[in-house]
Design a protein around this ligand. Structure first.
Ligand SMILES: [Zn+2]
Length: 264
């Protein structure tokens, strides 16, 4: 499931591949035919990510391509020749060297500048922004009565967190996901924000989420998949720190995982 680090990493790769290049655009699936026609042949001017949103600007038109991958979307590419078109291919972009295929997004649309401004205004601070605004995020959390595990998933509070970072961040700071956000001490929120920025930047570099400290892993070296997380998807398995079984419950429409002993 793509979280903010995936989108920022994608923006870097897309930017390196597309900026300054003219793209051929098509929508083989047929659901973005007009939009693809509008950008076909244009030169990509910029690619950026904000939270889980990807924005692509083009020379010569005011509109921006907005992509949100949602839970199941993918946007992958490679060197030409492109693979045969099959399945629900929403958008294919090709340059003289590369192909990029977008499948299954929850949003693929052209937005005018006002709509882009509205989209960005709805989003909270992004930990992966060049100058992340932690004070604003903490202020929003301190005003919130909702459980911290729910508030963290609200993209208007923090943009880019998904289910893995939520569960792992709360574990690393010993915070019960069900505790009202405004009851979490300010110094804990500040430490959480700094940690989140670090973890997400590491996620961009590695292309995966690793939250465990070396002393809590079963093996040395590059962490294996089953050593990467403290609680996420470890229901019933022993906590890496105290040995109690990891619990799960639904919160903000997604399963949250936590240790009732370490996070009380
Ligand atoms: Zn524990």
């Amino acid at each position: 499931v793509p979280e903010g680090h995936t989108l920022h990493r994608l923006a870097r790769h897309l930017g390196a591949a597309l900026v300054g290049h003219a793209v051929s655009a098509s929508s083989p699936q047929g659901r973005f035919v007009d939009g693809a026609a509008r950008i076909d042949g244009r030169t990509v001017a910029r690619v950026s990510a904000y939270g889980k949103h990807l924005l692509v600007g083009f020379d010569g038109i005011a509109e921006t391509l907005h992509v949100h991958l949602g839970l199941y979307g993918t946007f992958i590419g490679g060197a030409l020749p492109a693979p045969p078109v099959r399945g629900a291919l929403r958008l294919r972009l090709t340059t003289e060297e590369q192909w990029w295929d977008l499948r299954g997004p929850t949003a693929c649309e052209l937005l005018d500048p006002e709509a882009v401004a509205r989209l960005l205004a709805r989003l909270g601070p992004d930990p992966l922004a060049r100058r992340p605004d932690g004070a604003a995020a903490i202020e929003r959390l301190r005003r919130s009565r909702t459980p911290i595990g729910q508030a963290l998933m609200d993209q208007a509070v923090v943009a880019g967190i998904g289910n893995v970072y939520r569960a792992e961040l709360l574990f690393r700071h010993g915070v019960d996901p069900h505790r009202p956000a405004r009851e979490v001490p300010a110094e804990t929120l500040e430490a959480m924000w700094a940690d989140l920025v670090r973890l997400m930047r590491a996620g961009v570099r590695a292309g995966r989420i690793v939250t465990t400290r070396p002393e809590h892993r079963s093996r040395r070296g590059t962490p294996r998949r089953d050593d990467a997380h403290y609680v996420y998807r470890r229901t019933g398995e022993p906590c890496r720190v105290c040995g109690e079984p990891v619990r799960t419950a639904e919160l903000a429409a997604r399963n949250v995982y936590w240790c009732a002993t370490c996070q009380s």
